[in-house]
Design a protein around this ligand. Structure first.
Ligand code: ZN
Length: 437
């Protein structure tokens, strides 16, 4: 069956950044046509009128924590290491398989409804099977896996023996290799603070063997950089480099406090960096110099990080902040709206090694497509589409979402999840989890 998105303003993000009024045809999991002329619809085609809407590639968030969605609002006004030790690690440790599933589902529901079609997620230490099964049924394009933490002095209640963490990871990699075309396993050592050198080296070996992503945090706060330096004698990314971890398949969240040398090493090795501006502000971590990173040739993507350090998972907010935050430091022309949208689409696709499949609306690419209503008074008069999308729209303007050609959201409502049941279950599981602390 063909689905035709007709009469919208199509913001392609293709090589020429073409923007035109026209139509998108979705056939199976692919974009079969993206063009200006009206093509005849077959007898069984479904036509969706997108008048008054933007049609965009789905937004990509390359750093999130679905496991933390239930803790939103329970960890405000703390700095990173206190936020982790006092709240997040005990909360994650209190998860059962049902509470982790509930957390994943309300996180996915929020992100899909606000236009995010692909994520790189970090699980928690336990119950990863339940997490992957939950996302498998959600229609989300997903990279992620079990979080690994094995350094006794710096992992709180989540610490595992190195051999146990590695054994479970290898079993999960094997099991999920070809299980679901939308789910790709990613190795998730939490950060250098909580991981032994031996564990990190094992991650590098496993990545080389399996050709899969490593997903970790680095240089988010000054205290974290100092903790890594005390133990290893090196700056955070320099330390990862000494382990052989910098390459195109290692996605590093944050990088707020990189030295010039570290920035150049990431650029030269093609190591992607994920900017999470809301989280960096809320935890008082600092403001990453993204314009300088882009100029240095770094691959930059965006992410909302965990719900309790944001407290939203709406990618529109991250695009807006990404643009705004660079201007006081680099001047008003720094990081224009179009660049912010590039980071949230093509940038995410590049970070995930999926630029040939997603990130733009082009014939032959997978059909991850969203439509965004432009009738709200905040946006109705804005002509420049990039300015409208980045500065004036929000995730609550998203109307339709397709992932891999499948309809996920229709006119603002989830197409197959019972939204009320997902929310009720999350409330129930959150209350039960808080009683387990
Ligand atoms: Zn994070």
């Amino acid at each position: 069956m063909t689905t035709i998105l007709r009469n919208g303003l199509i913001v392609t993000m293709n090589r020429d950044r073409d923007v035109f009024r026209g139509e998108i045809h979705i056939e199976g999991d692919r974009i079969a046509y993206a063009g200006k002329s009206r093509k005849p619809a077959g007898a069984d085609a479904r036509v969706i009128d997108c008048s008054g809407q933007f049609v965009l590639p789905g937004l990509i968030q390359a750093h999130v924590h679905l496991c933390q969605a239930l803790f939103r609002g329970d960890a405000d006004d703390l700095s990173l290491l206190d936020w982790l030790k006092k709240r997040i690690w005990p909360f994650e440790n209190a998860h059962t398989a049902p509470s982790l599933r509930a957390s994943a589902m309300i996180g996915v529901l929020e992100m899909q409804k606000s236009g995010t079609t692909a994520i790189l997620d970090m699980g928690t230490v336990k119950h990863t099977q339940a997490l992957l099964e939950a996302v498998s049924g959600s229609g989300m394009r997903y990279w992620g896996g079990k979080c690994l933490m094995d350094l006794k002095s710096a992992s709180g209640p989540l610490r595992e023996k190195t051999a146990d963490a590695l054994k479970e990871t290898e079993d999960l990699v094997r099991e999920w290799r070809d299980k679901n075309e939308l789910v790709e396993y990613a190795l998730c050592p939490r950060f250098a603070v909580s991981c032994t050198k031996g564990l990190m080296e094992a991650m590098v070996d496993l990545q080389a063997r399996e050709r899969i992503l490593i997903h970790t945090h680095a240089s988010e706060s000054k205290d974290e950089v100092a903790a890594v330096k005390r133990r290893t004698g090196r700056d955070n990314v320099d330390y990862l480099d000494s382990l052989g971890m910098l390459n195109e398949k290692t996605v590093i969240a944050h990088g707020v406090h990189l030295t010039k040398g570290e920035t150049n090493k990431m650029a030269r090795s093609g190591t992607p960096l994920v900017h999470c501006p809301s989280s960096n502000l809320k935890l008082a971590s600092g403001i990453a110099p993204i314009q300088a990173y882009v100029d240095a040739g770094l691959k930059v993507a965006l992410g909302s990080d965990g719900a309790p350090c944001n407290n939203s998972m709406d990618a529109f907010i991250e695009m807006r902040l990404t643009a705004l935050l660079q201007k006081p430091r680099f001047g008003p022309e720094a990081l224009p709206a179009r660049t912010a949208l590039e980071l949230a689409t093509l940038g995410g696709a590049r970070a995930l090694g999926a630029e040939d499949r997603i990130g733009s609306l082009e014939e032959g690419k997978l059909a991850d497509v969203i439509t965004v209503d432009r009738s709200h008074p905040s946006v109705a008069t804005v002509e420049n589409p990039y300015s409208a999308i980045v500065y004036s729209c929000s995730g609550r303007d998203v109307r339709d979402v397709f992932i891999n050609g499948r309809e996920i959201v229709r006119d603002g409502r989830h197409a197959f999840l019972d939204e009320g049941a997902v929310v009720a279950n999350a409330k129930r599981e959150r209350a039960a989890l808080m009683r387990r602390l």
